[in-house]
Ligand binder design. Sequence first.
Ligand code: ADP
Ligand code: MG
Length: 651
Amino acid sequence: MNNHPHKHDHHKMMLDDFKKRLWISLTLTVPILILSPTIQGLLGVSLTFRYDNYISFLISSVIFFYCGYPFLKGFKEELKERKPGMMVLIAVAITVAYAYSTAVVFGLEGMTFFWELATLIDVMLAGHWIEMRSIMGASKALEKLVELLPNTAHLKGDKGIRDIEISELKKGDIILIKPGEKIPSDGVIVEGEGHVDESMLTGESKPVKKKAGDTLVGGSINGNAAFDLRVERTGEDSYLAKVIKLVKEAQEQKSRTQNLADKAAFGLTLIGISVGVFTFASWMILKGDLSFAIERMATVMVITCPHALGLAIPLVVAISTSLSAKNGLLIRNRTAFENARKITTIVFDKTGTLTEGKFGVSFVQILYKNIDEKYLMKISASLESSSEHPIAKAITDRAKEMNIELIEVKDFKNMRGEGIAGIIDGKNIRVVSPGYLERNNIIFPKTNSVGTTVYILEDSKLLGSISLNDKIRKQSKNAIDTLHKMNIKCWMLTGDNEETAKEVSNELGLDGYFSQVLPHQKQQKIKELQKNNEFVAMTGDGVNDAPALAESDIGIAIGSGTDVAAETADIVLVNSDPDDIVTLIEFGKATHNKMLQNLFWATGYNVIAIPLAAGILYNQGILISPAVGAALMSLSTVIVAINAKLLQIKK
Ligand code: ADP
Ligand code: MG
């Protein structure tokens, strides 16, 4: 986060530098135009005096060496890196023009083209200046995210409240957030109730209601209430810092489309050099006019310059990633994101993904003599207190309500997708799914309560069961309907029991489901779908979804889920809203289309422009001057920049 302002300063300096050179170049172009015999001829005036040639030469030298310096420097760098690119083209074109004209001034037979040289450098500088401005504009969105954090926080201590730098904040500190202030760090509300605006982080424009126990994210804006917040994460660990890091990484990543653009740019450079040389040779043979041949060669090289190509994709990437971040889509893998348009099947995890993953205990059943509900809750809650699963929260919350004191657990073990185990008082306690019991041939009575049921085992004795219910997310139905309209099949994979799976599947109108699957089976199902030529996206939230998220063509993690899921996924849905999958697919498509359009605008004009520049229609009186060539090339840069800016996200 810290080096960002420096990078920004650097860009700003470069931008100012270009601007200065551009103004000087434009100013010096005026006398050159006035002194040019060609321009005078066009205007029907004549202004000549002794040594006017030398004056043009002197002014042009300033333009060439000072204003053309960025290109000459770029030429050296590209050669040093053995990556000849557009700087080489520009540098060769202007150097040939300058050297030849200079030779004419000092006696060589022919015509100078100082004015062509000057206008060419003008247009080139303007083009680069526009390019830098657009790139800076795109990264501004990111800088806005950084600016979200305030500098100080109000720390509550024994001696009252004092303001400290946010870099001094520590985990566990209690800070006061006053109405209207920005939240300085991530934390949990200890006291207070009110609305908070999280729109900069999630794109959700409505303020979100928050009360004691809820989490606040650093960078969001407090409404009218005051909160006491217990600091959880600061600095580099904070959510905002992570988002910024992700966005930066995504912007630096090269997707396949970007690589295509790079290859095209290299190809164009080769074409520029070879067609340029060929043009020169041809005109020397056909016409024998050195100055004409040089002018044609320079024009071809300039016009072929893959300038817009250097901008075509990066600009779209910059705009697309920051737009997505602001709308609650965190893109970790650009290629996957751009592939969203290919999805034919989406597989959903149930708990926490299609459902809210906020369980409540609905029913407790005793299945062994001499134990009571309190004991059953005590051992299960003690064990669950080490688990991250939504079921765990429900059971421990219930135990708290019943004022049950938890006891020590040894050797806690997570059996992914099946349940948990540990040693309590020397006994082996397990809280597991019905699927686990079936697989281990343990006989158990089915409960008739709908929803998720977990069973509690003490050594080999089945003590009882706890039934829990969860709610389907209200956006799930709409998301599935929209995906169906887009001809995408929707499946569900869950570790939960058959009855619950069936109920959820029917309610949402899914194309099918698999219940009681283990993590590696989830992964296996994805593979099977892929074998049937499906392009599969997986959406999940849990530790048990990670293998499937990794296996799928596009892994989508639910923001409220576990860190493991988010780390494995290609894209994270910050708002945990299934509807965002639709947004994601549409925006992925839009981004990809923009890239293709930009590739076209950056290269397509060459098909017509190069032959014209080479002088194919010379006999028909159609010829492009170097400056017009440069203007055409810059025009395509401008089109590409504007086209990228038009990218929008639909919600
Ligand atoms: P889903 O695939 O729908 O997200 P999970 O794979 O997370 O569901 O869980 C599958 C099943 O495993 C749960 O329905 C439950 O029976 C059992 N299970 C998983 N974790 C726990 C836990 N911490 N405590 C009790 N049971 C659990
Ligand atoms: Mg889950």
